[in-house]
Design a binder for this molecule. Structure first.
Ligand code: SF4
Length: 345
C-alpha cells in the first residue's frame, strides 16, 4: 500500500472494514473525514487493536450523546479573526489549514477538519500577523489546525518566517501528527523551513508506542538533530491506552526518542466519541500508578480542556492531604507529615 486510504470502499478493499458495516460506515464518512496513511494501515493487526481503534471509522460515531458538542473546547468563543484564537493573554492559536494526514476518530475538531475545509487565504494570514503585531503580549504562536506539517515546506517557511519577523513573538509551537503518521514528509526541506531564529517547538501527538515505528522514530530524530525541542501530547482513550503498562511503554519510548511527554489529555466532548471516554478518576489512578515507577522526565501532566472555552486545567492526581492534616502522600499512597512554616506574624 503506497497511498493514503480516504474512503470506506478503500478500507474495504484493504480488508480493514467488515462488509456488513459498509453502509453505516458510508454514513459516518459522509459526516467525518476518513484518512489512514500507509504506515498506519500496515500496522493494523486486528479490528480492536490500538491503531485500528484510533483511525478506522466505527458505526458508534453515529451516536451523539447529549453532553457532546460540535465545538467541545470553545474555539469559536475566542476566535478573533478567521483561524486566529486568542484564549490566553500570552499566546494565540493560528490554524493555517484544516486538513490532516489522518483523521483521528476521537478528534476534538472533527466538525471543522477535513479535506474540503478551506485553508486561510493570504489576506487572512496577513490580518492574523497584523493582530499578533498589535498585541505585543502575545509571546507564543501555536500553529495547529488541521496539521501544519501537511503544508509544503515552502508554504510552511513563509508562515514561520513571517512569525519569526515579529519581534514580540518569542516562541513558535507546532502541533502535529505528521512525524508519526506520515514520517517521510519530515524531510530536509521541511526541517530547514523550521530553522529560524525564534525557537520552534514541536508538539507531537501520539497515543500508543506501536505508533513509534522505525520511520516515525527516524523522523523524530531528524527534528531533534536539527535542534528543534520536542514535546508530546497524548489523549487518554478507552481501549487504546487506558493501561499503566501501555502508558509506561509510550512515555519511556518518547523520552528515548528525545520527546518530553508534556500533556495527557482527557478526551473532549466531541460528537460521536463517547466510546473513547473514561472517568477522570481512571486517568488520575493511572498516572498515580506511574509516579513511583517512571522517571520524572517521562511524566506528562494530566489535563482537561473545559467545555465552553474556559481553558485547560491540570486534573491531578495530587498528593497533598487536607490543610488541617498537614500531610503529603508518597507515590505508593502512604501518608507523611509535612509541617507548615512557622507563623511569622
Ligand atoms: S491530527 Fe489532530 S486535528 Fe487532525 S484529526 Fe487527529 S486529532 Fe484531529
Amino acid at each position: 500500500m503506497t497511498k493514503t486510504i480516504r474512503s470506506i470502499a478503500g478500507l474495504a478493499r484493504a480488508g480493514l472494514v467488515r462488509p456488513e458495516e459498509r453502509s453505516k460506515l458510508d454514513t459516518v464518512a459522509s459526516r467525518y473525514a476518513v484518512a489512514v496513511t500507509p504506515i498506519l494501515a500496515a500496522a493494523i493487526e486486528h479490528a480492536s487493536d490500538p491503531i485500528a481503534l484510533q483511525f478506522l471509522p466505527s458505526p458508534d460515531e453515529l451516536i451523539t450523546t447529549p453532553e457532546e458538542r460540535a465545538d467541545p473546547i470553545g474555539d469559536s468563543v475566542h476566535e478573533k479573526l478567521p483561524g486566529l484564537i486568542h484564549r490566553y493573554p500570552d499566546r494565540v492559536l493560528l490554524k493555517p489549514i484544516h486538513a490532516c494526514a489522518v483523521y483521528c476518530r476521537f478528534c476534538f475538531r472533527r466538525e471543522t477538519v477535513g479535506p474540503g475545509a478551506r485553508a486561510l487565504r493570504k489576506v487572512e494570514l496577513e490580518n492574523a500577523y497584523d493582530y499578533i503585531r498589535a498585541h505585543p503580549e502575545i509571546w507564543e504562536v501555536i500553529l495547529t489546525g488541521g496539521d501544519p506539517l501537511l503544508m509544503s515546506p515552502a508554504r510552511l517557511a513563509e508562515i514561520v518566517g513571517a512569525l519569526d519577523s515579529i519581534s514580540s513573538v518569542r516562541t513558535i509551537r507546532i502541533h502535529t501528527r505528521v512525524p508519526i503518521v506520515d514520517p517521510d514528509r519530515v524531510d530536509d526541506a521541511m526541517v530547514q523551513a523550521l530553522r529560524v531564529k525564534t525557537p520552534v517547538w514541536i508538539a507531537v501527538h501520539t497515543n500508543h508506542a506501536r505508533e513509534l515505528t522505525a520511520p516515525a522514530r527516524a523522523s523524530l530524530a531528524r527534528l531533534a538533530d536539527a535542534g528543534l525541542p520536542l514535546v508530546s501530547q497524548t489523549v487518554l482513550l478507552r481501549g487504546v491506552n487506558d493501561d499503566a503498562d501501555v502508558l509506561e511503554e509510550l512515555f519511556r519510548s518518547l523520552v528515548e526518542c528525545r520527546v518530553k511527554p508534556y500533556y495527557m489529555h482527557n478526551p473532549d466532548l466531541a460528537p460521536g466519541t463517547s466510546r473513547f471516554r473514561l472517568p477522570i478518576a481512571r486517568g488520575r489512578s493511572l498516572l498515580r500508578s506511574l509516579r513511583g515507577r517512571l522517571s520524572g522526565l517521562a511524566q506528562p501532566t494530566y489535563v482537561l480542556d473545559l467545555p465552553g472555552g474556559h481553558g485547560k486545567v491540570p486534573v491531578g492526581p495530587d498528593y497533598v492531604g487536607p490543610a488541617a492534616e498537614g500531610t503529603i502522600e508518597d507515590p505508593w499512597g502512604r501518608s507523611h507529615a509535612y509541617p507548615p512554616p512557622p507563623d511569622r506574624d
